[in-house]
Design a protein around this ligand. Sequence first.
Ligand SMILES: CC(C)(COP(=O)(O)OP(=O)(O)OC[C@H]1O[C@@H](n2cnc3c(N)ncnc32)[C@H](O)[C@@H]1OP(=O)(O)O)[C@@H](O)C(=O)NCCC(=O)NCCS
Length: 146
Amino acid sequence: MSIIRLEQITGSDAGLKAALTDAHLPIDDIEDGGRTFFKALSAEGQIVGFSGLERCDGDYLLRSVVVHPDRRGSGLGKAMVEGTVASLAPGGAVFLATTSAAPFFARIGFSEVQRDSVPAAVLATRQLSSICPSSATIMKLIKPPT
Ligand SMILES: CC(C)(COP(=O)(O)OP(=O)(O)OC[C@H]1O[C@@H](n2cnc3c(N)ncnc32)[C@H](O)[C@@H]1OP(=O)(O)O)[C@@H](O)C(=O)NCCC(=O)NCCS
């Protein structure tokens, strides 16, 4: 059983916005369509983090992954990403862009990919086309969580 429980929220959730702002992650587009966000609750019912998915034709962009600063380093981020990806129907590939957390995502089964191998719909997301710097590492989930 996972150490966290995910509950779907909207992009207008005040806690989501505050957590992303504190972590210097983009908020400009979180209320646009095609995005699904989750809050992660501990066994005690405390909100410990947030995550999101953005649909890109048949593929997905994993985004807005943040664990409360006081709760980092105890496996919550990994459980949250695995739960978020597990919510998807099989078929599409999962990509993400990160400037600072590539080693964390690599431990979960993501591998760096070159921009020219990334589907156009993923590159066209606001995260990749305008918000994230061009120096961001783009990663693709190669090994689905077991
Ligand atoms: C990145 C983040 C979500 C990780 O959450 P976390 O709860 O601390 O991560 P976990 O405890 O689940 O770590 C899982 C594994 O990744 C490793 N890890 C975590 N952060 C890491 C980092 N920055 N660099 C290298 N390894 C890291 C952990 O040591 C752990 O390894 P293990 O499985 O061998 O024990 C959290 O640090 C965070 O919210 N950062 C700010 C926001 C951010 O950068 N989000 C990602 C951008 S999209």
